[in-house]
Design a protein around this ligand. Structure first.
Ligand SMILES: NC(=O)c1ccc[n+]([C@@H]2O[C@H](COP(=O)([O-])OP(=O)(O)OC[C@H]3O[C@@H](n4cnc5c(N)ncnc54)[C@H](O)[C@@H]3O)[C@@H](O)[C@H]2O)c1
Length: 288
């Protein structure tokens, strides 16, 4: 399959990163978001990210200009008719994904693969909302997309072999290392990671240690590059909560119950780095 134009819908934390990685790999990128301000911000973040690439000697100024020229901001979902492969990175909410995928299914050519970057929602369930379940697949990137090599590939019950093969090839062209996981709540990475983050939040809520103590213990004691609370702030507390709810509902096991402190923080709008406040404060480091 000849993929030239990659459509990325959802231009937040993950979407803008996926778009930049695709631009750097030489693709034309069509980037869309329901919020025009987020879309504009994504364009600036990509420009900033590409300039950093030049600074670090990854590519030349001329190559950077070419990459940036390959970025088009979509004004409506109908623009995605031009895409050869679409990656969905909208909010972790089944009803939103269902509406977006449904619309993409109507506008994209029948052979186009619709990949979802969902962290935990069933690929089979998402695929079933379209008329092309054999060409729907999970393509789970990691944050920050530019740096993280892993890409979980998840097939739904109806996903065909060719879809998996094309997606694996694309993952490699994007410089990622694909690992396959079955369609089970949280797949592999979040099944293991998010309950650990939840446990760290319980330890904080119960006063077993400070945020700094909890993170230091895991950095120095388990050799993790960052502690679970700092990682939760990076991932987004709303995303962590959504994944926990999917695990809790999917397995019906109380061990996945979200920590009340996490629920309260999300209710307060303390979502981590993206809002400037989570378990730590980022007000002084915010670029926007
Ligand atoms: N944050 C992470 O570390 C991480 C890692 C892997 C996967 N994911 C998954 O990636 C997806 C996006 O997460 P994120 O962290 O980038 O969230 P985010 O909140 O930063 O971005 C989501 C974007 O979706 C947009 N959006 C909402 N409804 C839309 C619609 N109807 N049409 C178009 N755009 C719409 C929002 O305006 C927002 O910009 C989620 O499914 C999440 O679970 C997140």
């Amino acid at each position: 399959m000849d993929i030239k134009v990659i459509g990325v819908i959802g231009a937040g934390t993950m979407g803008h990163g996926i778009a930049q990685v695709a631009l750097q790999a030489g693709f034309q990128v069509l980037l869309g978001d329901v919020a025009k301000d987020i879309l504009e911000k994504a364009r600036s973040r990509i420009a900033f990210g590409l300039a950093k690439g030049v600074e670090k000697g990854k590519f030349s100024e001329t190559q950077k200009e070419e990459m940036f020229k390959n970025l088009t901001l979509a004004t409506t979902l109908a623009d995605f008719a031009a895409a050869d492969f679409v990656i969905e990175a909208v909010a972790e909410d089944f009803s939103i994904k269902k509406d977006v995928l449904g619309e993409l299914d109507r506008v994209c050519r029948p052979e186009v693969i619709l990949a979802t970057n969902t962290s935990s929602i069933s690929i089979t369930k998402i695929a079933a909302t379209t008329s092309r379940p054999s060409r729907v697949i999970g393509m789970h990137f990691f944050n920050p997309v530019l740096l993280m090599r892993l890409l979980e590939i998840i097939r739904g019950l109806a996903t065909e072999e060719k879809t998996v093969a094309v997606t694996r090839q694309l993952a490699e062209r994007l410089g990622k290392i694909p690992v396959e996981a079955n369609d089970s709540p949280g797949f592999l990475a979040n099944r293991i990671l998010i309950p650990m983050i939840n446990e760290a939040i319980y330890a904080l809520m119960e006063g077993v240690g400070t945020a700094e103590a909890i993170d230091t213990v895991m950095k120095l004691g388990a050799n993790h590059p960052m502690g679970p609370l700092a990682l939760a702030d990076l991932v987004g507390l709303d995303v962590c909560l959504a994944v926990l709810r999917t695990l809790h509902e999917g397995f019906g096991d109380s061990k996945y119950r979200p920590c009340p402190l996490l629920v309260r923080m999300v209710e307060a709008g303390f979502l981590g780095q993206k809002t400037g406040r989570g378990f730590y404060s980022y007000e002084h480091t915010r670029k926007e």
